[in-house]
Design a protein around this ligand. Structure first.
Ligand code: NDP
Length: 260
């Protein structure tokens, strides 16, 4: 764990953001620190990217701590959450953002490939929630925000494992919301459309997919809604999935006939 700035943290809300080194997660870390939260940025491999984002946040006056941990590994998740609680005394906001995609047709998907996607996108949020929710219950306050995908409702060819993992994540959101809602914890999902990040850098070329009509979104198009859901203002919002896709799902596919 690496502190980027020294600052008094008494009374400040504490957030854990998985996959905070790049793309959408990095934007969420920037936004939450900008809103005054202490953020624990979790990443798996990309030391340089994590350091860059942390330094940028520190330079802007935000307070961020870096943790290198594989959130699909039970023991690493336990150590991660223990160290955050030991340092800051609690966790108020958990953003399960880390994710992977591995597009290939179902018939050509090996079991290990399927399991890697499910383990990162669905089991990891389960492990994180299981470790963090007891801490939130003690506080009688918490926010869990899971990052899903439009692919649940509109999967491209080859996205079976990805769509299944994110569909499971949305179901996890509703199930957990039903369990802990009466204890002051809110659990919601944000489902982005096509956002320009490393994950989508070669999507268009690989699958012939482009975000028709809606255009590409930016990570900051997601982080604003996450910040709102993490706030007191979202207290009456529970178990929901919010699509942020520039209207892509709402639009009629190009070339389809209009009519009733
Ligand atoms: P990126 O590929 O740009 O970044 C992924 C992040 O997740 C990185 O920080 C990576 O760490 C981290 N990560 C991956 N696996 C693990 C793991 N096992 N343990 C810890 N950290 C891990 O992704 P995006 O920013 O594009 O996507 C973020 C989320 O948004 C994902 O859940 C994705 O499915 C979802 N999403 C993205 C869309 C898009 O168009 N970009 C659309 C819909 C949903 P490291 O840098 O160390 O590798």
């Amino acid at each position: 764990m690496t502190p980027e700035t020294e600052r008094e943290t008494e009374g400040t809300r504490v957030a854990v953001v998985t996959g905070g080194s790049r793309g959408i997660g990095a934007a969420i870390c920037r936004r939450l620190t900008g809103d005054g939260l202490t953020v624990h940025l979790v990443y798996r491999d990309a030391d340089d990217a994590a350091e860059r984002v942390s330094k940028e946040i520190g330079a802007a006056g935000g307070l961020v701590f870096r943790h290198k941990a594989d959130v699909s590994d039970e023991a690493q998740v336990r150590r991660l959450v223990d160290s955050v609680v030991e340092q800051d005394g609690g966790v108020h906001v958990l953003v399960n953002n880390a994710g992977v995609i591995d597009d290939r047709l179902l018939a050509l998907t090996r079991t290990a490939q399927w399991e890697r996607v499910l383990r990162t996108n669905l089991t990891a949020p389960f492990l994180m929630c299981r470790a963090v929710v007891p801490v939130m219950l003690e506080q009688s306050w918490g926010r869990v925000i899971n990052i899903s995908s439009n692919s649940v409702r509109q999967p491209g060819p080859g996205q079976t494992s990805y769509a299944a993992s994110k569909g499971g994540l949305e179901a996890l959101t509703r199930g957990l919301a039903a369990e802990v809602g009466h204890k002051g914890i809110r659990v919601n999902t944000v489902a982005p459309g096509a956002i320009r990040t490393d994950m989508t850098a070669d999507l268009s070329a690989r699958l012939g997919v482009s975000p028709e009509g809606a255009g590409w979104g930016l990570p900051e198009d997601i982080s604003g809604l996450v910040a709102f859901l993490a706030s007191d203002e979202a207290d009456y919002i529970q178990g929901q999935t919010f699509t942020v896709d520039g209207g892509r799902l709402a639009m009629r596919p190009r070339g389809s006939k209009s009519g009733a």
